[in-house]
Design a protein around this ligand. Structure first.
Ligand SMILES: Cc1ncc(C[n+]2csc(CCOP(=O)(O)OP(=O)(O)O)c2C)c(N)n1
Ligand SMILES: [Mg+2]
Length: 589
């Protein structure tokens, strides 16, 4: 292009173009004074990059996460300076904990007034320093393309995570003639996430030697396996060596739940058999996991009899909580590929006795629930959801609480990237906006947010986004009128004293635990009316006999839909290993 043909473009347009060159197709962005030039620029490229207006920046951050978790690609969100930026903070902290590659772009006040407490100024880079993988404030106009390129690289390589780009308004408005180079060299000294030939055959043989010598081996797999798209290789390896597989909340779907080798979820609310098996194992192959306290309970007691092989892409996870006898810093998919290539029949240990023990535990302690007449138990509702959706293109998100754990226990995920839960941070309000992001990535799929009444209210405003942006997310609201998970802890550890865990009016006897316990009365708030007010179809069901048809009606509905199931609050999520305790303290009944 000659000089005369070149158009003047500004910094905001350069940033938007740079995102598009990285493959961006959707951004969840809420405007304000310091980000208006960016929004103007987004309108010029709406043919390739869809801008979705969430109704709260936190919703935007979680939608970006839903998009990223479902696709493995970068999720994008944007906010203005000050309150817009601080509204993203929880979503960023959440993405850091669960290793989700999102990029958050924030408008910032003009450079000339930074540090003066200018209107809507917050030092968002400082605020987010410890909860992002990396963070930028753009300080030079010519750095814009390099910073966007680096942000994508940092977010998606090694252990994925969130990156913040803070963008002062004067640089958004600064102009130049024609496009800059969008593929400049990066400048990331010290960041070497991809080691050349990180997996050596010797290391793989060392792992296989451990396997060969073991009698009670187990695979303990987590989100790292999903993030590395290693589920297929994992399944191949588990079946080749006939190993039992226990999964973390983040790892569900890495190995098919319906396969007999699955021990399902591990940890505080995991299955008895997976926790017993980890406790009795003599070899733990820990892949893409971080020995989180919700898995280990009391660390000194966890897996006392086992040798531990730990594979993780992040060197800071190795020996962090638990010493690993064999440690390998590497991409877990490459490790599994190498294991599958090198394993021989001699490496497969004799596990006949081990398997007969595990089968005994499985038949002795199956996951289940006691039916409760015509009441809709959450466990039942989730099993029915599974029955009606298992053969479809289906994704499930959750809030945080009992409903989340029951979904983890009873849905039975057979594939990776189908189940999305705020796991490390445990953020109520995750479910609805995350579902929105998943649905934007997969418009034809069925996306259901299984939510709790407390969690749902935390981002209820996103119902407006569903309606206005025509995003057909379904919500299965398990309304127990309580902060159920906290109620459960009150019941177990505080003699059932109710301390602000009832979600109806405070003069209701149930607020102090003195109600009849019946769920036959009016529920509060009126979720059906709320949904309808936002233009979202809705229905309440109270009787089990009505549930299957009501669910089928929702799943068949073309637009967004809320199905509120009124559930009893007296149920507890079991099994349960109380925090800091051991498998010997497991509560089964
Ligand atoms: C933002 C946030 N605040 C508080 C908590 C603490 N917390 C964890 S579970 C829970 C109860 C959730 O209630 P609800 O969404 O109705 O789910 P339920 O347990 O009843 O299924 C609370 C308050 C949290 N995890 N996140
Ligand atoms: Mg609840």
């Amino acid at each position: 292009m000659t000089q005369t043909e070149q158009k003047t473009i500004n910094g905001a347009e350069i940033l938007v173009e740079a995102l598009i060159r990285q493959g961006a197709e959707a951004i969840f962005a809420y405007p304000g004074g310091a980000s208006m030039p960016l929004h103007q620029a987004l309108t010029f490229r709406s043919d390739v990059l869809r801008t979705i207006l969430p109704r709260h920046e936190q919703g935007g951050a979680f939608a970006a996460q839903g998009y990223a978790r479902a696709t493995g690609k970068v999720g994008l969100c944007m906010a203005t300076s000050g309150p817009g930026a601080t509204n993203l903070v929880t979503g960023l902290a959440d993405a850091k904990m669960d290793s989700v590659p999102i990029i958050a772009i924030t408008g910032q006040v003009p450079q000339a007034v930074i540090g003066t407490d200018a209107f809507q100024e917050t030092p968002i880079v400082e605020v987010c320093r410890a909860i992002t993988k990396h963070h930028y404030m753009i300080t030079r106009f010519e750095d814009i393309p390099r910073i966007v390129k680096e942000a994508y690289y940092v977010a998606t390589t090694g252990r994925p995570g969130p990156v913040l780009i803070d963008f002062p308004k004067n640089l958004q408005l600064q102009t130049r003639l024609g496009h800059p180079d969008y593929d400049p060299p990066m400048n990331l000294p010290g960041y070497r996430p991809i080691r050349a030939r990180s997996v050596h055959a010797d290391q793989i043989r060392e792992i296989l030697r451990e396997l060969r010598r073991s009698r009670r081996p187990i695979l303990y797999v987590g989100g790292g396996v999903i993030h590395a798209d290693a589920a297929e290789e994992l399944t191949r390896f588990a079946l080749r060596a006939d190993l039992p597989v226990a999964m973390t909340v983040m790892g569900l779907g890495a190995f098919p739940a319906s396969h007999p080798n699955s021990l399902h979820m591990l940890g505080m609310h995991g299955t008895v058999y997976s926790n017993y098996a980890i406790d009795a194992a003599d070899l733990i192959l820990a892949l893409g996991v971080r020995f989180d306290d919700r898995v280990t309970g009391k660390l000194s007691e966890f897996a006392r009899h086992a040798r531990i092989v730990h594979v993780d892409v992040d060197p800071s996870e190795i020996h962090k909580n638990k010493f690993a006898h064999v440690a390998l810093v590497a991409n877990v998919r490459e490790v599994l590929q190498a294991l599958n290539a090198l394993i021989t029949d001699e490496d497969v240990p004799d596990t006949a006795a081990w398997w007969s023990q595990i089968r005994e535990w499985k038949s002795q302690f199956p996951l289940g629930w006691k039916d409760a007449g015509d009441q809709i138990l959450p466990q039942y509702a989730i099993s029915e959801l599974h029955r009606q959706t298992r053969d479809s293109d289906f994704f499930l998100t959750v809030g945080v609480g009992q409903h989340q754990m029951w979904a983890a226990q009873f849905y039975g995920f057979d594939k990776p990237r189908r189940w999305f839960s705020s796991s490390g941070l445990g953020t109520m309000g995750f479910g609805l906006p995350a579902a929105m992001g998943v649905q934007v990535a997969f418009p034809q799929a069925t996306v259901v947010d299984v939510d709790g009444d407390g969690s749902f209210l935390m981002n209820v405003q996103e119902l407006a986004t569903l309606h206005c942006e025509k995003i057909p997310v379904k919500i299965l609201l398990l309304n127990n009128q309580h902060l159920g998970m906290v109620v459960q802890w009150e019941d177990r550890f505080h003699e059932g004293n109710r301390a602000h865990t009832y979600l109806g009016p405070i003069d209701h006897p149930e607020a102090v635990g003195e109600g009849t316990g019946e769920m036959r009365e009016e529920t509060y708030p009126n979720f059906v009316q709320i949904a309808q007010g936002f233009g979202v179809a809705a229905r309440q069901v109270r009787r089990k006999q009505d549930f299957p048809d009501a669910l089928a009606e929702m799943l068949a509905y073309p637009g967004p839909y809320l199905l509120e199931a009124v559930c009893p609050y007296q149920e507890h999520v079991l099994p349960m290993i109380p925090g800091g305790k051991t498998v010997r303290d497991i509560i089964v009944e």
